[in-house]
Design a protein around this ligand. Structure first.
Ligand SMILES: Cc1cc2nc3c(=O)[nH]c(=O)nc-3n(C[C@H](O)[C@H](O)[C@H](O)COP(=O)(O)OP(=O)(O)OC[C@H]3O[C@@H](n4cnc5c(N)ncnc54)[C@H](O)[C@@H]3O)c2cc1C
Length: 459
């Protein structure tokens, strides 16, 4: 028997639950389907657990630095990984149960557990149940990409998901992938006390960022003892005793790195390969991301795709913004579009990197006449007082229009301070608005107006 719904939401990532509740509250008979963990990646194996673990790692780091601040700690500083994991699990449980309870207690909303597949442009099968929906919303997310490198089928490896089960200290963690996820785990495990080596194919870490950002991040991590092997053109993996040997060169001979544990952090793939998209006629791009328009409609009328699976963002906030865009267009007669949003994200190493808008390289490539402001964190009083002077801040402004084009704040509180720049960009206000604002002393933010007062032409 087919059960009819006004709306069917597949996946309980960051956009699905909010959208399902909004639709149900608007009087639409709605079903939401989850095959695994309520709350999806961010809640269970992504942002929330990693940032909780990072907080434990930072506590250990600050304790080790106690003497710098005149704090005397007698004895060794140890990390109890079982307790670190238990703390993380408690934080995750709260969010995961929060999402499940919220959905299950929303009137007019049916929660189904199981793997959902489209059978047509209107029908979804979940185990033996067949549902029909006037509208279908796909929030199926992404998962860790396991590369087809020589040896991967023979060795045990970890991904961001299985890392969440670790309650012991790996002796030597080798991380393949020198980008955002790899960086966070590298610093975290180094601070827990593991030896950590990062193996990266490219010439520098986090190649999407400007070179000076990559270089400073490398300096920060190496300063804490993370070993970094760049230009690893042909990576191979092989069993070596109880551990794993990672070959770095194309010749197959040494150099190689031998570690006790291997983490693959080389990117993500969308969960679209077993979704029945072909039966519904929903188009994907060559990498499997669901093709959507500016309002997140797929090519099939009545089907939308939100979150990581549409390839238009890879963050919790982009997924949530997708929900806001779809809900505004469908329910509020408010025309909102993906192209209206300004790219913004953080990298949660310590100190963090806050990013908004264009990189310096993108500005140069655009040919725009621009001004640039820079300030090392050594010249930020608040950073000096805190004893955390690594990093720098940089801002780019279009010379003619005075609009802010982009910024990077790699430094203490950079993850929060970046929002003052993001908000001025969203307001489409000239940089002079923030330059003339009176900021509070002593803060990192107080140096943003100062930096804007010292802009130089981008050479
Ligand atoms: C280690 C790590 C750290 C991260 N840190 C951050 C961070 O600090 N900040 C940030 O903004 N982003 C971060 N991200 C990215 C962030 O987690 C995702 O962008 C975010 O979760 C958005 O995901 P989503 O809404 O697209 O779907 P997801 O959260 O991936 O959820 C999709 C859900 O759909 C379910 N599903 C899939 N297919 C089916 C099906 N066929 N039937 C039923 N259910 C299905 C899945 O089980 C899953 O629960 C991180 C990611 C990782 C891996």
């Amino acid at each position: 028997m087919t059960v009819n719904y006004d709306a069917i939401v597949i996946g309980t990532g960051k956009s699905g639950p909010s959208l399902a509740v909004r639709l149900a509250n608007a009087g639409r008979k709605t079903a939401i389907i989850e095959r695994k963990l309520f709350g999806g990646t961010c809640v269970n194996v992504g942002c929330i657990p990693t940032k909780t673990l990072i907080a434990s790692a930072r506590a250990a780091h600050v304790a080790r630095r106690g003497a710098d601040f005149g704090v005397v700690i007698d004895g060794n500083i140890g990390v109890d990984m079982a307790r670190v994991k238990a703390r993380k699990d408690a934080v995750v449980r709260q969010s995961n149960e929060g999402v499940a309870n919220w959905l299950k207690n929303t009137p007019n909303l049916t929660v189904l557990e199981g793997h959902a597949r489209l059978e047509s442009g209107r029908n979804v099968r979940v185990n033996e149940r067949l549902l029909e929906g006037k509208e279908i919303f796909l929030n199926v997310g992404a998962r860790a990409f396991v590369p087809d490198m020589p040896g991967t089928t023979e060795v045990d490896y970890l991904t961001n998901s299985s890392m969440m089960e670790i309650d012991f200290l790996p002796e030597h963690l080798v991380i393949i992938g020198g980008s955002y996820i790899g960086m966070e785990f590298a610093q975290m495990y180094r601070r827990f006390g593991s030896r950590v080596t990062v193996v990266e194919m490219g010439q520098r870490l986090i190649a999407r960022e400007d070179e000076e950002v990559s270089a400073e991040i490398q300096k920060i991590l190496e300063g804490e003892g993370v070993e970094i092997r760049l230009n690893a053109k042909c990576i191979t993996v092989a069993k070596r005793g109880n551990g794993v040997a990672v070959g770095l060169s194309c010749e197959g001979a040494p150099p190689q790195v031998t570690g006790s544990h291997l983490l693959l952090a080389v990117g993500r793939v969308p969960n679209t390969n077993d979704l029945g998209l072909e039966k519904a006629g929903v188009k994907t791009d060559p990498r499997g991301y669901i093709a959507v328009d500016d309002e997140l409609r797929t090519n099939v009328p009545g089907i939308w795709a939100l979150g990581d699976a549409n390839g238009r963002g890879a963050f919790t906030h982009t997924s949530y913004n997708d929900y806001e865009i779809v809900a505004a267009n469908l329910l509020d007669h408010d025309s909102r579009r993906v192209s209206d949003r300004i790219p913004a994200y953080n990298l949660y190493i310590d100190p963090p990197l806050g990013r908004v808008g264009m990189t310096e390289r993108e500005v140069r490539n655009s040919g725009k006449k621009a001004l640039v402001g820079r300030r090392p964190m050594t010249r930020v009083a608040r950073a000096v007082e805190k004893g955390e002077t690594q990093g720098f801040m940089k801002i780019l402004v279009e010379a003619e229009t005075k609009q802010i084009l982009g910024a990077a704040i790699l430094g203490v509180e950079g993850d929060e301070v970046i929002h003052s720049i993001l908000d001025v960009m969203c307001a489409k206000a000239p940089y002079t608005v923030i330059q003339r604002a009176m900021h509070i002393h002593p803060t990192v933010s107080e140096l943003i107006p100062t930096m804007l007062g010292e802009l130089m032409p981008l050479a």
